[in-house]
Design a protein around this ligand. Structure first.
Ligand code: PAF
Length: 294
């Protein structure tokens, strides 16, 4: 596995692969890797001839009061894990390479890529500018890597839909694929931010997934008409389980639209973001997992 830091080096490598007719897959990450990230590389390994990973903590997607400085950076460990997962190359550029004008927030950008509509609710409400920061950086990575297929985790389901919409609207020659959320044995969705949890908080954290699963099961039985009542009882349950705050708990369809009374239960998903100590945890559960890839 080779590690590249310069844009032109990566472009030459991918051009060489494409010249041989090889299909290139990419797993984009911010490092501090866990099994969820590695599952993206594994999915790429299964479908593509060549596997790339990116390691880059993107400043543009962190708000001024968020954890950009604190975000775990473990490059040596991450590179070893990516090599074990069968990656052919890793692109790990400096911040100056990707943001040569010193941009730190989306408002600093001369060129900004924004997807409207589906970026407004859920994480977009509590993290203004976050998705513009993601799409601007992911667009750069798509352009630099030239990958044919890009893999993203379903834990960040809204992010996956936003990136897929960007790729579709801008005619990017890339297929955007969602991979299932990878969970700890007790159900907690794997996340680099789980490292912020104290042992006592870590013991409470699986209550998030358990609550979402209960809500999904109730929707399956009672239909979309039960949504409002389930959100109210689910919020109470999360607070009772010891989460410090429920940033949002919402039921949407697989395209993130607000459901009506007659929306098919199978098209619904339950989304949440909660605060637990220093961590902000997000998760989502589909009422019918097989309907997940809308
Ligand atoms: O999901 C992430 O880790 C990041 O948002 C991504 C897609 C790598 C962009 O920085």
């Amino acid at each position: 596995m080779i590690t590249l830091r310069q844009i032109n080096e990566l472009r030459q490598l991918v051009q060489c692969w494409h010249g041989k007719g090889e299909l290139v897959g990419v797993a984009m990450t911010m490092g501090a890797l866990h099994a969820g990230h590695l599952s993206l590389a594994t999915a790429a390994r299964e479908e593509c001839d060549r596997v790339l990973a990116t390691l880059f903590v993107n400043p543009l997607q962190f708000g001024p009061a968020e954890d950009y400085e604190q975000y775990p950076r473990e490059e040596e460990r991450d590179l070893a894990l990516l090599e074990e997962s069968g990656c052919d190359a890793v692109f790990a550029p400096s911040v100056e390479t990707i943001f040569p004008r010193g941009e730190r927030f989306p408002t600093d950008s001369r060129t900004l890529v924004t997807v409207r509509g589906i970026t407004q609710g859920l994480c977009g409400r509590s993290r203004p500018g976050h998705f513009a920061g993601v799409t601007t950086e992911v667009m750069k990575m798509m352009n630099i890597t030239g990958a044919d297929v890009a893999y993203f985790g379903e834990k960040d389901y809204q992010q996956y839909l936003v990136i897929r919409a960007m790729a579709e609207d801008l005619f990017l020659p890339v297929r955007v694929v969602a991979c299932p959320t990878v969970r700890e044995p007790d159900g907690l969705a794997m996340s680099s931010r789980n490292a912020y949890l104290t042992p006592a908080e870590r013991a409470r954290a699986p209550g998030l997934y358990a609550t979402l699963c209960q809500m999904a099961a109730a929707l399956r039985e009672r239909g979309a008409g039960a949504a409002a009542g389930l959100v109210a009882s689910g919020t109470g349950e999360l607070l009772r389980l010891g989460f410090d705050a429920v940033e949002y708990l919402e039921i949407r369809d697989n395209a993130l639209a607000e459901p009506g009374e007659d929306t098919a239960a199978a098209a619904l998903r339950v989304f949440a973001a909660v605060r637990l100590g220093q961590a902000r945890l997000i998760d989502n559960v589909a009422v019918e997992p097989e309907a997940a890839q809308a």
